[in-house]
Design a protein around this ligand. Structure first.
Ligand code: ADP
Length: 530
């Protein structure tokens, strides 16, 4: 398989494969990230929920413990002693219970023990509420005997919690009611249960807790933002119309952290994908560029071999003819000698170009700079090609300004650059209009920051699309393919690359201005000596 086909296969197979691989990688990465986040979130939620349940249970247990104490104290056989038996220990044992009532089956109050001490009006009100509303709401008929039950309800905008217990004693049906002091529960019990140290195994500040009623009004605690980490549970048996809400201490921070980590990971995945795709594209572009250079190099070798062989063969052929004495007359002899001189000139120019170019390619463009006059260099270069130009019926019109400021130059290299430009102007710049010959204008003049060397011809010019590329090594333009004579123009494609390299090594520039059909002007600028 040749290398072009291999490279193409590389493009066709590798690029889509890499893109698919990157896509799959990105997909799984993003999915895993999102799943992990969900898991983390879930585990935070689960532990918060467990905490909320545990706290709600704690209140229930506290109230039920008090209820059991009351049940133990309230003996139907000793109802007259109820107050004496209960009140002295009430503060310690049953702090949330405000009053105890014992009723019979007919709902008559048999005993009323209270800790209120004087708030008789309220107690009367409660007794009336009990008889009129609470007892029917308790739905006593469907409640089993000997089982503790609770009623949590709002009456006249006020919340009530009562525990009740039905029992048979001495053949009679009794109803024991414990009236809990909700104000006290909120003021004392809830803070004592919920304001506490951080939960075991959890570092940092404690979670925040509040209690809200059915309309979401806060009964206790601070307002909590209903974020994704705030959990609410009902109290299971006692204050069942209220909800306990728990929010991990750093819930807002947690939410922002989760969000920013998600964003960061997505950005990271996107960046990685971009880097991979850009990397692969760069490699493939590099491969493609290398392939183009290799093709150009092969062409270059073929060109140079041809360029070396042709003049050598001519020199040899005409040399042998002169040597054998088989020359008709002196004119012919002069013609043969001219050809030999012309071809050996070409040969030495080419060899110099190739050697300099090889030096540049190896990174050893060892130029030797010294203060010099650019005008001299330009005149000498024109001189070298004067005879050749004459032979080709081309006039070189040299116009250099007197006393140009000195520049730091490598005279030999700069002369080679100017020779290349004039050589090109001779090769390509013949006017397509007149066969009487054309003029090449070579000038050196003072510019804004340096000396500008211009080589202007009247040739076919260079298409705008080609103007930048012809300075690349091995690149030959369309003018090299179709000369005026119809045959390709001989060349190697390294002349202008060398000119550019020499100009830039001097701190200057090499450029071309051309209008197809109207000729070209190559300009090399060399900065003044500072
Ligand atoms: P070569 O002359 O060996 O092909 P160069 O690097 O000197 O290589 O030139 C590159 C290409 O630039 C040439 O092949 C030619 O197409 C174009 N070129 C250079 N000088 C001229 C010019 N004066 N007029 C038109 N085309 C030119």
């Amino acid at each position: 398989m040749d290398s072009t086909r291999r490279d193409r296969l590389l493009w066709i197979v590798l690029l889509p494969a890499v893109l698919v691989a990157v896509g799959v990688l990105a997909y799984f990465n993003v999915r895993t990230t999102l799943q992990l986040d969900k898991l983390r979130q879930q585990s935070v939620l689960e532990s918060t929920l467990a905490l909320a349940n545990e706290k709600a249970d704690r209140l229930d247990k506290r109230i039920i413990t008090e209820d059991n104490t009351i049940i133990a104290i309230a003996d139907p056989a000793a109802l007259s002693e109820l107050t004496e038996r209960w009140v002295p220990t009430a503060q310690r044992e049953t702090p949330t219970v405000r009053a105890i009532l014992m009723l019979d089956e007919a709902h008559d109050v048999l005993a009323f023990a209270s800790r209120a001490g004087g708030a008789w009006g309220e107690e009367e009100e409660f007794r009336r509420l009990l008889v009129r509303r609470l007892l029917s709401d308790m739905d006593l008929a469907s409640q089993p005997l000997d089982e503790l039950r609770h009623l949590h309800r709002e009456y006249n905008g006020q919340s009530y919690l009562v525990s009740f217990w039905q029992k048979l004693s001495g053949g009679r049906h009794y109803i024991l009611v414990a009236w809990h002091d909700i104000g006290r529960i909120v003021k004392d019990t809830l803070p004592s249960l919920f304001t506490e140290l951080p939960v075991a195994g959890q570092s940092g500040p404690p979670s925040r807790v509040n209690v809200v009623d059915e309309e979401n009004r806060i009964i206790y605690g601070p307002p909590l933002r209903s974020g994704e980490f705030t959990v609410g549970v009902r109290f299971p048996t006692t204050l069942y119309n209220w909800r306990l809400q728990v929010s991990p201490a750093a819930s807002e921070e947690l939410a922002t952290r989760v969000q920013s980590r998600k964003t960061l990971e997505l950005v990271f995945v996107t960046l990685s994908c971009i880097v991979i795709v850009a990397g692969v594209a760069t490699i493939l572009l590099g491969v493609e560029k290398q392939r183009r250079i290799n093709a150009l190099k092969t062409e270059f070798v073929a060109n140079v071999s041809h360029e070396l062989k042709t003049p050598l063969a001519l020199v040899r052929m005409f040399g042998e003819m002169l040597q054998s004495g088989r020359v008709a007359n002196d004119d012919k002899r002069k013609e043969y000698l001219d050809i030999i001189v012309h071809e050996s000139e070409r040969l030495s120019n080419l060899i110099e170009n190739v050697l300099d170019f090889a030096k540049v390619e190896r990174g050893r463009g060892a130029y030797e700079f010294a203060s010099g006059d650019v005008a001299d260099v330009v005149v000498r270069a024109a001189q070298v090609l004067k005879y050749r130009a004459e032979r080709e019926n081309v006039t070189i019109d040299v116009d250099v300004k007197e006393s140009l400021p000195p520049c730091r130059i490598d005279e030999r290299a700069l002369q080679l650059a100017v020779i290349n430009l004039i050589d090109n102007a001779i090769k390509y710049g013949k006017s397509p209009h007149d066969g009487d010959g054309s003029v090449i204008r070579v000038s050196a003049a003072k510019g804004a920051a340096g000396v500008a060397i211009r080589v202007v011809d009247e040739g076919p010019g260079i298409a705008a699309a080609e103007q930048a590329r012809i300075f690349e090594r091995f690149v030959r333009g369309s003018s090299s393919r179709d000369s005026k004579a119809g045959s390709p123009v001989r060349g190697s494609g390294i002349g202008l690359a060398l000119v550019k390299h020499i100009a830039e090594s001097h701190g200057g520039t090499a450029s071309v201005e051309s209008q197809p059909g109207k000729g070209s002007a190559f300009v090399v600028t060399i900065p003044f000596e500072s």
